[in-house]
Write a new protein. Structure first.
Length: 201
């Protein structure tokens, strides 16, 4: 199976597929249409993709993602009944791994609004089936497993997450840190921020 491709974009189609030239061999890869870093990629641009190889009796299709976390999230979505590769790709075009984790952890149905092919029943199935399968968003840098912020979101945790993002941390990374220290009952922004920073490298 192909796990990763690094090459040059030769061509791209409106359906989200691109041709990646790797040493003179062109691979057709489907990528999320809204994926940051891929949506604006143009022919001639270098690209490195984490690949999911989907094999059927009559075809082998490659799906590419900017990060290993996004690929893991895509694979997790495929475990949900009635969700196939195309629908999972549509979801990943709107929500990256961190955002999908956040939506599932908070049971946020609104996060899926407007995604083609994703109706109410599908959203409910995703939220129920994947609420205990959030390992796909584990942060590679810290090794911290993301989980819902204890007690849910509130003004203090939101403020601390926002502050960490402003300091340059990724939102998923910030939420991971806050989620893992919020249980200490820090009830003020300054105290929780210090605790969260101590959990980050």
């Amino acid at each position: 199976m192909i796990g990763r491709l690094k090459g040059t974009i030769e061509h791209r189609e409106a359906d989200g597929s691109i041709i990646v030239d790797v040493g003179g061999v062109g691979y057709e890869v489907f990528v999320p249409l809204g994926s940051i870093g891929l949506a604006t990629a143009e022919p001639g641009q270098s690209v490195a993709l984490y690949i999911h190889t989907h094999v059927r009796e009559d075809a082998m299709t490659l799906f590419g993602f900017a990060t290993a976390h996004d690929r893991a999230a895509f694979r997790t979505l495929l475990k949900v009944s009635s969700i196939g590769p195309k629908l999972a790709l549509a979801i990943m075009g709107v929500l990256n791994a961190g955002e999908l984790h956040d939506a599932i952890a908070r049971q946020d149905k609104a996060a899926f609004k407007g995604i083609t092919g994703v109706g109410r029943k599908t959203v409910e199935r995703i939220l129920v089936d994947l609420q205990d399968k959030l390992d796909f968003a584990a942060d590679a840098k810290t090794g911290v497993r993301l989980r819902a912020i204890a007690g849910g979101s509130n003004s203090v945790t939101d403020a601390v997450v926002g502050a960490l993002v402003q300091m340059g941390y990724k939102r998923a990374e910030a939420e991971a840190a806050v989620g893992n220290v919020a249980a200490r009952d820090e009830d003020n922004v300054e105290g929780l921020l210090r605790a969260a920073l101590s959990a980050l490298p």
